[in-house]
Design a protein around this ligand. Structure first.
Ligand SMILES: [Zn+2]
Length: 487
């Protein structure tokens, strides 16, 4: 009671329909915003090196900054400070892990953590801990070196490309009062004082159906070279309601990252059927452009290249979203079981595999997080080692159980099913298994699975035709059988 619930924002990006004159004014504003952000960041970083912290109160007045006026100027400052704060907090986490993982004495670790907690990496003055001990100069120097090393390894936020986060002082989005083709209008202040403009916005069904409280701030961003408006909605209350209304119909559904389809489930669904073909289309387009640019001696990452990669990412995001939404509709699970997602696929180029490894997993995790917030569906990660070679019915594990990519035919019991569905069933079974803890090394898992199988089937099956005799996974077992002549 009385505690303020934390907001959960979702942003819907809406295209505008303004004329060229208005568009020029918004571009001018965005450019001024970005130059101010670059200047502001320079000042704020100077402050960080002096005091350890950026400051929302710190102002700079310089040409190129004043043109924005007081309100916009302050918004830029808050945005820059927010970004630097979150960057620093990530580096402070890296620092903590680095110190914890080091072989330094516990006393030095303790002192280094103290410096980190107070963000005093660059502080020139002496530092005294709570118990009165002063942190030695060499430890402070070590902290400084460590933190500088981390700053060099991670790119600082680039302010020259930021979008604007405009608050209610300078922007208001409202439904159209007159009957027009545009359901929404944004009224935004320009660089000319007292001369705001009205921007018609296009809408989507998706956005209109989004329940929650519209935030008063609006993002004005550049997307693929065009201006767009990101309207944020606080969905916290709506999510609480949908979580309470959610009635699971089964305990868990397991997902296996398929070769040709995006996901297979233990229930036998193959979801995202054109997945591989669509990826291959993106692959061809990206690879062709990269090759062309390399041949012409240009660097690969052009704006066209980036837009191709962005469109691949958009495809993945919308596919993952669509498919997981459908999964929830059809099965309504209390939990979703997944493997440690590895998007590597031999049917794709090295380049595309590299790109996928950069954000494939993130897109899935993002959606799963969304489902958790929205419906309270928990995600459980299990170890996928050998799950593609193990028969989900009898437990026999053999490389030869996979004669062709999508076929699973058990060499022990003859059972046949789709390989990805079989793998998903194994993942489901591993949800509660201790032998397949997600941190255990592959080899340990193989040994455990083989042992379990041999405990169930102690006798040779069909004499010399027992598939274990020609299966390298069972080499030790075979040696023992030969030794004891237990045939
Ligand atoms: Zn079998």
């Amino acid at each position: 009671m009385g505690t303020k619930k934390q907001a959960i924002y979702r942003t819907d990006v809406l295209p505008h329909r303004m004329n060229a004159g208005k568009e020029r004014q918004v571009w001018a504003l965005l450019h001024a915003w970005r130059s101010a952000a670059v200047l502001q960041a320079r000042e704020q970083w100077r402050l960080v090196f002096q005091t350890g912290y950026p400051s929302k109160r710190h102002n700079v007045s310089r040409t190129g900054y004043d043109v924005l006026g007081t309100s916009y100027g302050q918004m830029v400052r808050w945005q820059v400070v927010g970004q630097i704060e979150s960057y620093l907090s990530n580096r402070a986490n890296d620092y903590r892990e680095l110190v914890n993982g080091s072989s330094l004495s516990s006393e030095v670790k303790h002192q280094l953590h103290f410096v980190n907690r107070w963000q005093a990496w660059f502080k020139p003055e002496a530092l005294t801990m709570k118990d009165g001990t002063e942190i030695p100069a060499e430890v402070r120097k070590l902290a400084r070196v460590l933190f500088r090393h981390l700053l060099h390894r991670h790119r600082k936020p680039d302010m020259s490309k930021v979008g604007m986060i405009v608050d209610q002082r300078c922007i208001a989005v409202a439904p159209s009062r007159k009957a027009t083709a545009y359901p929404l209008w944004a009224r935004i202040s320009t660089l000319t004082k007292g001369k705001p403009i009205e921007v018609p916005l296009a809408s989507y069904k998706h956005f209109e159906q989004r329940q929650g409280k519209r935030a008063l701030s609006v993002q004005v961003i550049e997307r693929d070279g065009e201006l767009a408006f990101g309207v944020m909605t606080d969905v916290a209350d709506a999510f609480t309601a949908s979580r309470e209304a959610y009635r699971p119909r089964c305990e868990a559904v397991a997902l296996d990252l398929g070769l040709k389809t995006l996901f297979a489930t233990d229930q036998g669904d193959l979801l995202g059927r054109n997945w591989l073909e669509r990826l291959q289309e993106h692959d061809r387009r990206i690879t062709k452009l990269a090759r062309h640019r390399q041949k012409s001696g240009l660097k690969v990452r052009s704006s066209r290249y980036k837009s191709y990669v962005a469109s691949l990412r958009g495809f993945i995001r919308s596919e993952v979203g669509r498919i997981l939404n459908r999964l929830v509709e059809t099965h309504a699970p209390a939990e979703i079981v997944i493997e440690r997602l590895n998007f590597q696929n031999q049917a794709l180029s090295k380049r595309l595999n590299r790109i996928l490894s950069r954000f494939g997993k993130n897109e899935v995790m993002r959606k799963l997080k969304d489902l958790e917030q929205r419906f309270g569906i928990a995600t459980i990660e299990v170890n996928p080692a050998y799950s593609s070679q193990e028969d989900s019915v009898c437990g026999y594990i053999d490389k030869r159980n996979r004669p062709r990519q999508e076929a699973f035919i058990c060499r022990w019991c003859g059972g046949q099913r789709h390989a990805d569905v079989n793998a998903a069933r194994n993942l489901l079974a591993r949800r509660s298994g201790k032998t397949t803890d997600s941190r255990r090394p592959k080899q340990a898992i193989l040994e455990a699975l083989v042992r379990q199988f041999n405990e169930r089937f102690t006798r040779l099956k069909g004499g010399a035709t027992d598939p274990r005799l020609s299966n390298p996974y069972f080499r030790d077992w075979k040696a023992q059988v030969m030794l004891t002549g237990d045939c």
